[in-house]
Design a protein. Sequence first.
Length: 414
Amino acid sequence: MTDLIQLGKQAKESAYQLGLLDTATKNQLLEKMADALEANSAAILAANDKDLAKSDDYGIKETMKDRLRLTEARIKEMAEGIRQVIQLPDPIGEVEKMWKNADGLMIGRQRVPLGVIGIIYESRPNVTTDAASLCFKTGNAVILRGGKEAFYSNQILVKVLQDTLKANDHSPYAIQFIDDTSHAVANEMMRLTEYLDVLIPRGGAGLIQRVKETATVPVIETGTGNNHVYVDKEAQLQMAMDIAINAKVQRPSVCNAIETLLVHQDVAEIFLPKLEAELDGQVEFRGDERALEYLTTAQPATEEDWSTEFLDYILAVKVVDSIEEAIGHINQYNTKHSEAIVTDNYFASQKFLKEVDAAAVYVNASTRFTDGFVFGFGAEIGISTQKLHARGPMGLPELTSTKYIVYGDGQVRG
């Protein structure tokens, strides 16, 4: 069985060493990691082929295999993600503000690493390099526990990164990999309070819920995406068509795809038949009673459909009487990830932005843009759907904490 205590000790020591590195040194090491990924692409793809060969044994459906699959282009994207992290400002050591109090003390608030970060994730190998680079840049050691679906891919990726660190006289324990995918080890990791400062789960609803119920380590919840597009009565219908199709079918297996389409009754009769014709059988529709009047191939939606993250070519459709009804439906069923309205009415757009409770809220754009890379963060550690500490795509600043630094000249408190 994996010795998590040993991994924790190594990570803690490495985090201390990593905290001593200056920005230039961290960036140089990250650049070498990016180069190493590209140089070892053949070995990485061979390992990924082993995972793909086993995917049917694990019952992975075709849309989810897309998350697992690596290509030369995707490896280049992973390397490019690291290089974008290099270009970003290093938040560590930054003093956000400084002021003098009534006692003449100079008090400042400074950004510092969180320490040791644990990440539990499922079948996305790119999480390995995204997490490793973001944690490294912010002076955090990371312990990665990927799912069995991507075991060989994650293993080789971590080996490439560790070998790069060793070859450049730095501790490889800044980035560690748990080579046991059992639930028992995952549960032990969730309780590793002596060594882990924070735990970040990335995956489906089942994983997120299990971590929330089991962990004693502080958790940053990165959420599932039961997301919506609302087509308002004053929407440009071609724009709405383009946005809805992109948000559903461009990559349905990811958390920023939509699962439900809400359409105002005034445009449903025109919009829904055109959408159905445009998709031409690519998507299975599940509609409420009024949506079924306009969709010839739809099945009746169940109550469960409104709260399901399908991660597949399935779309729940509801016709609503008003923007108030749309917002109410979204706030009842969504997972607080990403929501969009399509409208030319300024007041409707502002009402939607103000009243919808989600980490990212869009006007006239696809929810597919909720992504750390797209937002300019280089990569992301996950998309937080909670409100404490971080919310939305988590980049470098979200992997830091603060401490107060205080300068005096002999003051004592009376």
